[in-house]
Design a protein around this ligand. Structure first.
Ligand code: COA
Ligand code: AMP
Length: 638
């Protein structure tokens, strides 16, 4: 007997068109599709070709029409401003329709891009949904990125309008957004026609005459506009994510496949029904925020929580439990790092006991590997299933999960359980490109076509899409994660195969940081590695080889490169440690031995690679790491 997960999985692989056509019945279409899966132009696949719909209509208007108008759609809970504000579906639809009117009055039409550079405030979700309403393509940029990163995205997306706010609020400080916005526009070659800026009372900003408009003023004059039908295959948004260079990848999401997949995932993966409360404690700047703060819960008719705060320090490590209790959250989603932060402050979970969490059903974690300690702690303290699931910006929703709405499997520590229906996941030998036996590590790849909701391409860059994801394993999408599948079908995700690191659940490119470090006039050569960190999972550490005859002190150079990364990439890079070394260990062919340096830094035993040009360098590296508090007594050669 197959269980419902197995049955759904098998059907989704044998008959993807039939499987997803059935799921698509749950979405309201202006015009039905001609072809469920258009595979006429491989490797480019399109879902629901010929179909027309509007994502905003499906997320808001449809629920109002169905009698959910007075149900809370979005609860903004902001401990940093001491605010809780609820928008019903009707109120949210009306605000979105008005802001869509604002955008239209500024000349934004279907297909135009709008960048949203905002903190975690309801206006960010309103701006996203307003774009969807008129068929404009939003691109949200995370607030922790610096002006240069924003400029790169402006130049790639070429937005007609940028929507921003005067400031964001971090635990210890107010972050003025306007100087970053102005700096980015100045740097960018593609200038927006205007900016709409929400003035926040904690730190209002000056508006540039002629270019900037006050959110409240334009909203007061706006007329609501209706939903514009778009093709299922039209882009809904672009979300930039770290690639292997300083040039981020513009992941494209379509309208039709995205609405179908996310709606389906809310029940199948998270076991949520319309009317229930779902909370993803992330940021709208990340894919988790797009999929599970904004679109997924609203498409399903749930209540979503938009939380402007941190797991600790706003005001304490009990804030998650307060939010769950106060808003009757059924299911929560966050990154393991948030739980590590809470566990560090409240190891006994004393604060948990102060709240009534009786309606809380499950905790989902993703964004980085879930370490067994955090899993056990969360499970023991919360007494609910703790579900690890694995996905990426590119995939838009979970590749692997314990799908609570289909079948609850026993949890195996270290595993996000099994492939979700739709994802034909395999493990291939990176050299032979053939499947490896169960239990053996290889490249985690997904057989094409990818299910709906995953990226159809990169923005304006079909070739980079092919090169980055499809080239290496013909017929498959390369996740760039390595791992294995055991003989019961449980998947284990071990590490990235590229230079992406995960810092506090945030995806960052060490290659991009190396580009910044190399720009320092005293640096001849450099390497950035992600080393283990008990709170953030990984943190970047820089190794600098200086040019001959440099007069500056090493301390000064280190301080300068740290500042450069903060200024060019942003505080989110959490680049705070660098050290000067005489040489970097390399193979005879000149490749830096990153794996070996990493093992030394992570206190793991390492082999001296036979290809190394000079084994003495490893001792120098170990000494350098010890001086900055990394590489302890446990490290050493095998
Ligand atoms: N705007 C401006 N700055 C920001 C920012 C934003 N939106 N978000 C983060 N930053 C800054 C932080 O203030 C910090 O600055 P600092 O170097 O001056 O201290 C820096 O970027 C690094 O941020 P972060 O890595 O988040 O560290 P933190 O110490 O502020 O918080 C955690 C650590 C674990 C509490 C926090 O990262 C967290 O809650 N993460 C889990 C949830 C999550 O967002 N996951 C994402 C994917 S699900
Ligand atoms: P992002 O695109 O920011 O969502 O980051 C995606 C990457 O984070 C993946 O490719 C993995 O390397 C890592 N990741 C996400 N979820 C998990 C998980 N549950 N277990 C292990 N790694 C994960």
């Amino acid at each position: 007997m197959t269980n419902p997960h197995e049955a759904a999985f098998i059907q989704s692989i044998k008959d993807p068109a039939g499987f997803w056509a059935e799921a698509a019945q749950e979405i309201e279409w202006v015009r039905p599709w001609d072809t469920v899966l258009d595979d006429s132009r491989p490797p480019f696949y399109r879902w629901f070709a010929g179909g027309r719909l509007n994502t905003c209509y499906n997320a808001l208007d449809r629920h109002v029409a169905a009698g959910r108008g007075d149900q809370p759609a979005l609860i903004y809970d902001s401990p940093v401003t001491d605010t809780v504000k609820t928008y019903t579906y009707r109120q949210l639809r009306d605000e979105v329709a008005l802001f869509a009117g604002v955008l239209q009055s500024r000349g934004v039409v279907k297909g135009d891009r709008v960048i949203v550079y905002m903190p975690m405030i309801p206006e960010a979700a309103i701006a996203m949904l307003a774009c969807a309403r008129i068929g404009a393509v939003h691109s949200v940029v995370f607030g922790g990125f610096a002006a240069k990163e924003l400029a790169t995205r402006i130049d790639d997306a070429k937005p007609k309008v940028i929507v921003s706010a005067s400031c964001g609020i971090e635990v210890q400080r107010v972050i003025p957004y306007k100087p970053l916005l102005d700096g980015a526009i100045e740097m960018a070659a593609a200038k927006p026609e205007c900016c709409i800026v929400l003035q926040r009372s904690m730190q209002p900003c000056d508006l540039s005459a002629g270019r900037d408009f006050d959110w409240n003023e334009v909203m007061a004059r706006a007329r609501p506009v209706d939903c514009v039908p778009v093709a299922a295959t039209d882009p809904l948004y672009i979300l930039y994510t770290s690639g292997t260079t300083g040039q981020p990848k513009g992941v494209v999401r379509d309208n039709g496949g995205h609405a179908v997949a996310l709606h389906w995932s809310m029940k199948a993966v998270y076991n949520l029904d319309a009317g229930e409360v779902f909370w993803a404690a992330s940021d709208v700047g990340w894919v988790v925020g797009h999929s599970y703060i904004v679109y997924g819960p609203l498409l399903k008719g749930c209540t979503t929580i938009l939380f402007e705060g941190k797991p600790v320090g706003t005001p304490d490590a009990g804030v998650f439990w307060r939010v769950i209790a106060q808003h009757k959250v059924c299911t929560m989603f966050t990154a393991p790092t948030a739980f590590r932060a809470i566990k560090r402050e409240d190891p006994e979970g004393v604060l948990i006991r102060q709240y009534d969490l009786s309606h809380f059903r499950a905790l989902f974690l993703a964004g980085e590997r879930l370490d067994p300690d955090t899993l056990k702690w969360a499970r023991q303290k919360l007494q609910v299933p703790v579900i690890d699931h694995w996905w990426q910006t590119e995939t838009g929703w979970a590749i692997c999960a314990n799908c609570l709405g289909l079948h609850h499997y026993p949890v195996k520590e270290g595993s996000p359980t099994k492939a979700v229906p739709g994802w034909h996941l395999q493990v291939l030998d990176p050299i032979a490109k053939t499947p490896v036996p169960a239990g053996e590590i290889g490249a985690l790849v997904v057989q094409l076509p990818l299910p709906p909701g995953s990226l159809p391409t990169l923005w304006n860059n079909d070739q980079r899409y092919i090169d980055a994801y499809l080239e290496e394993f013909p017929g498959y999408y390369k996740t760039a994660d390595a791992g294995f599948i055991d003989d019961e079908g449980y998947v284990f995700v071990m590490s990235r195969t590229d230079d992406i690191i995960n810092v506090a659940g945030h995806r960052l490119s060490t290659g991009a940081m190396e580009e910044v470090l190399s720009d320092h006039p005293s640096v001849a050569e450099c390497a950035v590695l992600g080393v283990d960190d008990p709170l953030k999972g990984q943190v970047p550490v820089g190794f600098l080889v200086l040019k001959a005859g440099v007069r500056q002190s090493e301390e000064q150079i280190v301080a300068e490169v740290i500042q450069m990364v903060r200024e060019r990439i942003g505080p989110v890079a959490a680049f705070k440690v660098a050290t000067v070394v005489k040489r970097l260990p390399k193979t005879r062919s000149g490749k830096i031995l990153r794996g070996t340096i990493q093992k030394i830094a992570d206190n793991q035993a390492y082999n001296v690679p036979p290809t190394i040009d000079d084994p003495m360098i490893l001792e120098e590296i170990e000494t350098a790491l010890k001086t900055i508090g990394l590489a302890g007594a446990r490290s050493g050669r095998k």
